[in-house]
Design a protein around this ligand. Structure first.
Ligand SMILES: [Zn+2]
Length: 372
């Protein structure tokens, strides 16, 4: 639910970045080139830096970053950066995971997990070995927390000799993510540290015509249909990388932004990413799947939801026109509707959510990748 009156506060957030020396000379300052998905907060904290110091060093007045922007890092940054271990042998570039993954073995099954996560991340556990297909994966750190469908015991999904299980980190939680992999009687338990998104709460002052939508009589029906879609657990329907929902490259991301919509009201996270575009711009399916919602609601406006299987749902809000029907099978890139400003929206844009078992995850982690 983007409010285009407000400049989005923080930009993109993805996983990787490189710190490279500015020159070959000794003593050269370190610089970092911003990649799609980076946040200033993450760039700073991963190097043990204070985000405010990084702002000051670069004479920035806001934490907004753009792709390709070059940031100066303090000379001490390199020492505090945990350097990835150099592999003894050169791996094929296509096989390299986003993070150097800790590897654990249980009953001959090799488990690869991410080294670290940020709230709102989606990620995968990769299982290989003869018995990988018999492993049962769960995420006990989510049990008992205030999350939807928390008690997940999953059957891994086969993919090219490797079993891949989709996980996610709930927005608002910074306790370590815990996973277990059970093979027969043996259980491996692992945990991954979780960082916060450094976003101050945004207090929105909306026109009454908009806030009235939060109390519309159709609201319970809207939530019910969405919750039912979150609960779907169908087989993985995609086999190709995800693609962005608009041809436009314009992304105004405020994913994970904590907000209040009413004065003194509860804090809600922004579970999606906003793509500003003209009314009528074609909206495309990010990947193969089946349409499970196609209707107009008070808050989400013209809404399409696509079930991709494996507990993954993509949702497209505020559309002016819906061009698919419930039950329809769509392929990646198919036009499903048109950009609009329906529902709780103050200007034309597409709000995209990528929900893993009901929780919003960072959309840019998927684009051009088979898995986040
Ligand atoms: Zn939004």
């Amino acid at each position: 639910m983007r409010l285009s009156l407000l400049a989005s506060v923080l930009t993109l957030s993805l996983a990787l970045g490189v710190a490279v020396p500015a020159g070959a000379q000794s003593g050269a300052a370190l610089v970092y080139t911003v990649r799609a998905g980076d946040t200033l907060y993450r760039i700073a904290t991963e190097r043990g830096l204070n985000p405010a110091d990084l702002l000051r060093l670069n004479n920035l007045t806001s934490p907004d970053l753009s792709v390709g922007q070059v940031l100066r890092l303090p000379s001490g940054a390199a020492a505090t950066t945990p350097a990835p271990t150099k592999p003894a042998v050169t791996k094929p570039a296509t096989a390299a995971p986003a993070n150097p993954a800790p590897v654990n073995v249980v009953s001959g099954v090799t488990v690869r997990a991410p080294a670290r996560l940020t709230m709102g991340d989606a990620f995968v556990l990769r299982l290989s070995g003869q018995d990988a297909g018999n492993a049962v994966v769960s995420f006990p750190s989510e049990t008992g927390e205030d999350v939807r469908k928390p008690a997940e015991v999953l059957t891994p999904i086969g993919a090219a000799g490797e079993y891949v299980v989709l996980g996610r980190v709930v927005l608002g939680k910074t306790t370590p993510l815990v996973y277990t992999v059970r093979v027969g009687q043996d259980v491996l338990k692992g945990s991954v540290p979780v960082s916060a998104l450094d976003q101050p709460i945004q207090h929105l002052t909306l026109a009454k015509t908009l806030t009235d939508r939060l109390k519309a009589p159709e609201r319970p029906a809207e939530e019910k249909v969405v919750e039912a879609a979150y609960a779907l657990r169908t087989p993985q329907a995609w086999s190709r990388p995800f693609s962005p929902p608009l041809d436009s490259r314009s992304v105004s991301s405020s994913f994970g932004q904590p907000r209040t919509y009413l004065a003194g009201g509860p804090v809600a996270y922004h579970y999606g990413m906003d793509f500003p575009a003209k009314i009528g711009t074609p909206v495309r399916a990010v990947n193969d799947g089946r349409v499970v919602i196609a209707a107009t609601y008070p808050v989400r406006g013209g809404l399409v939801a696509i079930d991709h299987g494996a507990g993954l749902l993509s949702l497209y809000f505020h559309q002016s026109k819906l061009l698919v029907k419930v039950g329809q099978v769509v392929r990646r890139g198919d036009v499903i509707g048109q950009v609009g400003t329906t529902g709780l929206s103050a200007g034309p844009h597409l709000h995209l959510e990528m929900r893993v078992r009901g929780e919003g995850t960072l959309p840019t982690l998927y684009f051009n990748r088979l898995w986040p």
